[in-house]
Design a protein around this ligand. Structure first.
Ligand SMILES: Cc1cc2nc3c(=O)[nH]c(=O)nc-3n(C[C@H](O)[C@H](O)[C@H](O)COP(=O)(O)OP(=O)(O)OC[C@H]3O[C@@H](n4cnc5c(N)ncnc54)[C@H](O)[C@@H]3O)c2cc1C
Length: 305
């Protein structure tokens, strides 16, 4: 078993991890990055249209690959293996990767992102399933589309309102009998005029060959029907990736890592950046900004400890 000693471990090769690697390397830190896909979740972005600076079309995959190469050029070492487990003892972190190699570091940035929950129905990966209305809503602009939103909380409400501005009609579907969103969201939904609420209703299947063109739904009274739609946005929750952390650390009830203004978690030396962190915007741009700031504060932590 080999053991490798670094100043800083970065877990995650998405926008947050890659930007942290870029900045930390430029600060002269000895950095190792664990990851799987260069660019992380950006591979799911067909067209990255809301990141400033690209006048021509750029896919999430292209963006992720370039950010990966840029961080490598600055000297960050990428294992491109996943970190299986991270331990914290005597103010020192020790990790073991999927190949059984051991690493130690004084400081760690968790930039492991989050995964959207999907409906447990057949054909769950058909095209036309979305998780981000700000990102993918504009794909339906000018198409007189009928879009479904599944969920009951403020996020679902926000998706419904965002989509109502590009779609002909939005179906807001929840298996609950009441929406669990604040009054401001309810007011906005009612104001739009093209959002139809389908409560006590469960989506039981997706229809369509390659791209979704309908859904099967069933009500509490067992009335089943099929509805034509052009796309569906799921807001049924996310799972922040924190399973590899083998010690107690403060999290929100949804499992996001809590941080202070310097992105430090409740464990000294463990910072969090990007979608895995408790935040109010889950975007490439905000993940990159987190990565840059986490690297800066990791550098300061290493200097002071
Ligand atoms: C379908 C979809 C469309 C989107 N469209 C847009 C858009 O148009 N514009 C926009 O700005 N944002 C968009 N987003 C959001 C954007 O992708 C995320 O906000 C951004 O990727 C978050 O970056 P991150 O680095 O925090 O996490 P991620 O990009 O999720 O990267 C985290 C990486 O860490 C890996 N990881 C997890 N655990 C471990 C471990 N133990 N060891 C090693 N690696 C690990 C994960 O597998 C992943 O590769 C979209 C998201 C989705 C799902």
């Amino acid at each position: 078993m080999t053991e490798n000693r670094y100043d800083l471990m970065i877990i995650g090769s998405g926008p947050a991890g890659l930007t942290a690697a870029l900045y930390a390397s430029r600060l002269g830190l000895n950095v190792v990055v664990f990851g799987d896909i260069p660019g992380g979740s950006t591979y799911m972005i067909e067209q990255l249209s809301n990141f400033p600076g690209f006048l021509t079309e750029i896919s999430g995959t292209q963006f992720g690959t370039m950010a990966f190469q840029q961080a490598q050029q600055e000297g960050a070492f990428f294992t491109m293996t996943r970190l299986k487990r991270l331990r914290y003892e005597n103010r020192m972190f020790s990790g073991i990767d999927a190949d059984g190699h051991q690493y130690t570091a004084d400081c760690v940035i968790a930039a492991t992102g989050r995964l959207p929950k999907r409906l447990a129905v057949a054909n769950a990966n058909i095209k036309g399933i979305h998780f981000c209305s700000i990102c993918d809503g504009p794909l339906y602009r000018g198409q007189k589309a009928v879009l479904a939103v599944v969920g009951r909380d403020n996020t679902a409400g926000q998706h419904a309102v965002t989509l109502s501005r590009v779609a002909k009609k939005v179906l807001l579907i929840s298996s609950s009998e009441k929406l669990a969103m604040d009054a401001a969201h309810i007011r906005l939904i009612e104001k739009q005029g093209n959002i139809q609420q389908l409560l006590n209703t469960e989506v039981t299947g997706y229809k369509g060959a390659e791209v979704i063109d309908g859904i099967a739904v069933s009500t509490k009274d067992n009335v089943a029907e099929e509805l034509n739609i052009d796309g569906i946005f799921l807001a049924i929750g996310w799972r922040p990736n924190t399973k590899m952390l083998d010690f107690e650390v403060a999290k929100t009830t949804e499992g996001y890592l809590k941080t202070d203004q310097q992105l430090m978690t409740s464990v000294p030396g463990l910072l969090a950046a990007g979608d895995v962190r408790e935040t109010d915007m889950w975007q490439v741009l905000t993940a990159c900004a987190d990565g840059a700031r986490a690297a800066k504060y990791a550098g300061e932590y290493l200097e002071q400890n």
